[in-house]
Design a protein. Structure first.
Lengths: 528, 266
């Protein structure tokens, strides 16, 4: 026993110092930049942020407690929902495509619009914040969970069967345990996302919480308060991410995989016919749920519009042409911000990941920081970007890019490391240079991770762009949804929600299709 | 362990065949009888369908045609009584359970009482004394196979199905395992079916070697191995042993199995 005990000791340290140095550099650069820009009223130095926090600790503490409570409730509810959905998909394998498809569309509902709608349904109180937090987390838990449930070698199931046991035993003894690392990877992403969801919920007319303070700070152009709130939100998100990671290491006796929303394997072998069929199935299920929800909750028809209302408003109502025109115009405005930001974020993430691989010393310092920053609810820092870059196009594009950038960076660095060592050895044996190795081995090995990040980046960038439009620029779909909610033009609001969710889900599915093609060549093992 | 009602069962396959959904024939209609209490090896080229044959007997694969009787019962019924164990080429130990935990799992799946002392004894018997509470990741490949064999034996199966149980380890370890482990089930008088593509291993471990043709599998030779037991590795160089190995190789090459897969290398 003692001979092997040594293996069990986890390899800790090492990266800790790199992170500390990186963090120190960031704070130092921040302080210097703030001193240089003093008088521009855009940047508060860390020392000023600290001073503000100490001075207003009571206010901040109450708001933080409120938001944390909502986030925790949403986290629990959302993850329970994910578990239940995974259970349904597992019990009825035929339903899996429908379940994941409906889950995706619901995940793609723009929080900017669901916030006000939930506010009307719930009235004042914590309801909307909690529901939005739950909506922000359940999908990122569901997908890894579904993958994890299947991520066991076939012989483990043979073993269970060879003792005459069936699916229940397989679930208890194999699937649940095998899915734990994936579950934790999902929870690790979910923890900060719940905080984000709760804050966005508080943007929409809550009485207390960090989101309320953020709005207040932005309206008052209070630079120190804005920076203090963003700092606290960041710290909370990173802490939540690290805490779940620590629990996972304790439970799993190993770090959870740095999961990048693994591909949906069932898309691999499906023909175009089956694809259309499941698309139709998802559409029908969505319509039924939509109608059903309005009927079951007995929602007021004045504000709760069903699919038929949306169709009428957009197709045969007297002013349908006008509605279509304004939706189209808003969509155009949004696309102008969204697409460049999305592409820039992807390019910057992948590019920087490649640079890191060429300079491994930098990667050692930057990687832990990037992993931690991936968890930052970027949207909660939207006011900062507006402060820094103004309310123009640049600020929005940068925010969308940043939202996509960190997950892409982490995924790509992870992917670049997946290059098979033996293939690298082959290249070394021909004395191939670093660049050759990068182009021919590492970048192809990175593609699966890159596309997984690109896929998850679609709803994230839609969220980012609509929030900024709503909070700051006053243009595009985000602003349109906010305005139509406040002037009670519910036909337009629901139309905008349906359009945004549909386009977002289709974008996600479209990237997913490209991904499956890429994986078939570069990582066929992920499709089995 | 007198062979009575609960003694080792004979296995009778009649007209057994397997066709994969794509229309590929894995096993051509085959009649084979495995004698109770004997060790029979199935030998053939990689992918010839011998594992499919074993998996059908284990009840893990449904035959396309024909029947299997284990002691007069279909496999499904034997499975329900946990009357057989399978050892796979991959040790298939659950990584989150210790060696003991994996064995306990098999016992509870088989609805048998968990006797800690008996488990410790079994772990010692396969040569893993002191590693009962170690997880598979911290064991070597050979040790994992030992643990898998211990798990397979823990439920005291009357029928033991071995699918290349020593296939995933290096040659030296393989010889050592083939030396240490078979005596455990031989001592119990279990009916054993062993799938392997190592001719030497088949002759070393079995009372009888059945040679299968390349896919679709068909019996091409049935060779009795009447060498005295216990057999030691150095016996492999004795003339009697070599004659049996030659006979198996001859049958394999006659079946065309050797054309493109040099089995002698293994």
């Amino acid at each position: 026993m003692s001979a092997v005990a040594g293996y069990a000791a986890p390899a800790t340290g090492g990266s800790g110092r790199g992170t500390a140095i990186g963090l120190l550099l960031v704070v130092l650069g921040w302080e210097l930049a703030a001193r240089a820009l003093v008088g521009a009223f855009v940047l508060a130095a860390p020392s000023q942020v600290l001073a503000w926090l100490i001075e207003n600790r009571g206010l901040m503490g109450r708001a933080l407690a409120e938001t944390l409570g909502n986030a925790a409730a949403g986290f629990v509810l959302g993850n329970l929902a994910a578990l239940a959905l995974a259970g349904i998909a597992l019990a009825f394998p035929a339903s899996q495509r429908i379940v994941t498809g409906v889950a995706l569309v619901v995940f793609c509902l723009p929080l900017v619009a669901t916030g006000p709608i939930l506010r009307v349904i719930f009235g004042p109180g914590d309801g909307p914040q909690i529901v939005l937090a739950a909506l922000a987390v359940y999908y990122t838990t569901l997908i890894p969970l579904l993958v994890g449930m299947r991520a066991a070698p076939a012989t483990w199931f043979d073993l269970i069967a060879s003792y005459g046991r069936g699916r229940v035993s397989a679930l208890i003894h194999v699937r649940l345990m095998a899915s734990l690392p994936y579950l934790f990877a999902g929870l690790q992403i979910a923890a900060p996302a719940a905080f984000l969801g709760a804050m966005v919920g508080e943007f929409t007319g809550a009485e207390r919480g960090m989101g309320v303070l953020t709005i207040r700070a932005m309206r008052a152009l209070d630079v120190e308060m804005t920076w203090a709130l963003a700092t606290v939100a960041t710290a909370v998100a990173v802490a939540a991410y690290l805490a779940v990671g620590a629990i996972a290491r304790r439970v799993l006796q190993d770090a959870p995989p740095i999961i990048l929303a693994p591909p949906r394997a069932e898309g691999a072998e499906a023909g175009i016919g089956r694809l259309l069929l499941s698309l139709a199935g998802v559409a029908v299920a969505i319509l039924v749920l939509w109608w059903g929800a309005i009927a079951v909750f007995d929602l007021n028809p004045f504000f709760a519009k069903g699919p038929q209302d949306v169709a009428r408003a957009l197709i045969w109502a007297p002013n349908a042409a006008m509605a279509r025109a304004s939706l189209g115009a808003a969509l155009g405005e949004t696309a102008v911000f969204l697409l460049p930001g999305y592409l820039a974020g992807l390019a910057a993430g992948a590019g920087l990941a490649i640079l890191f691989v060429l300079a491994p010393a930098v990667a050692g310092t930057a990687m832990p920081l990037a992993i931690a920053l991936r968890s930052v609810p970027i949207v909660t820092t939207a006011p900062l970007i507006v402060l820094l870059l103004g309310r123009g196009a640049l600020g929005t594009i940068v925010l969308v890019a940043v939202m996509v950038f960190f997950p892409t960076l982490v995924a790509c660095i992870h992917g670049l490391k997946q290059a098979p060592g033996q293939v690298i050895d082959v290249f070394d044996s021909y004395a191939a240079g670093r660049l050759q190795r990068l182009i021919r081995v590492r970048i192809p090995a990175m593609l699966p991770a890159f596309f997984a990040a690109a896929r998850m980046g679609v709803p994230a960038s839609v969220l980012a762009v609509t929030v900024v439009e709503w909070l700051a620029t006053g243009a595009g779909l985000g602003s349109m949804m906010a305005i139509s909610a406040s002037v009670s033009d519910y036909n337009l609001l629901w139309s905008a929600v349906a359009l945004t969710a549909a386009l977002s889900a289709l974008g996600y599915a479209g990237v997913g299709l490209i991904e499956v093609r890429i994986l078939r060549i570069y990582a066929p093992e992920q499709l089995t | 362990m007198a062979p009575e009602i609960n003694g080792p069962p004979g296995v009778i396959c009649a007209g057994l065949a397997k066709t994969w959904p794509g229309g590929v024939d894995a096993v051509r209609p085959t009649d084979i009888q495995f004698a109770a209490g004997q060790t029979t090896a199935l030998v053939g080229a990689s992918g010839c369908g011998k594992s499919t044959l074993l998996r059908m007997i284990a009840g893990l694969e449904t035959p396309s045609a024909g029947t299997i009787e284990i002691g007069g019962e279909p496999p499904a019924q034997t499975l329900r009584k946990a009357g057989l164990s399978v050892a796979f080429q991959d040790p298939s130990l659950l990584p989150w359970r210790s060696v003991r935990g994996n064995i306990e799992l098999a016992l509870s799946l088989a609805r048998r009482p968990v006797d800690r002392a008996a488990i410790d004894q079994l772990i010692a018997l396969v040569g893993l004394e002191g590693f009962a509470d170690t997880r598979p990741a911290q064991l070597s490949g050979g040790m994992r196979q030992r643990a898998a064999i211990a798990r397979a034996l823990a439920t005291e199966p009357r029928l033991l199905l071995l699918d290349e149980p020593f296939g995933a380890v290096d040659e030296l370890t393989r010889q050592q395992l083939a030396q240490d482990l078979p005596r455990l089930w031989e001592a119990r008088g279990t009916t054993t079916i062993l799938v392997t593509h190592s001719v030497t291993e088949a002759v070393m471990l079995s009372d009888r070697v059945i040679v299968l043709s390349p896919r679709p599998a068909e019996v091409v030779a049935d060779i009795a191995i009447d060498l005295p037991r216990p057999r030691a590795p150095e016996d492999a160089r004795k003339p009697g042993f070599a004659a049996h190995v030659d006979a198996v190789f001859a049958a394999l090459s006659q079946a065309g199995a050797l054309r493109d897969r040099p089995l002698a290398a293994q």
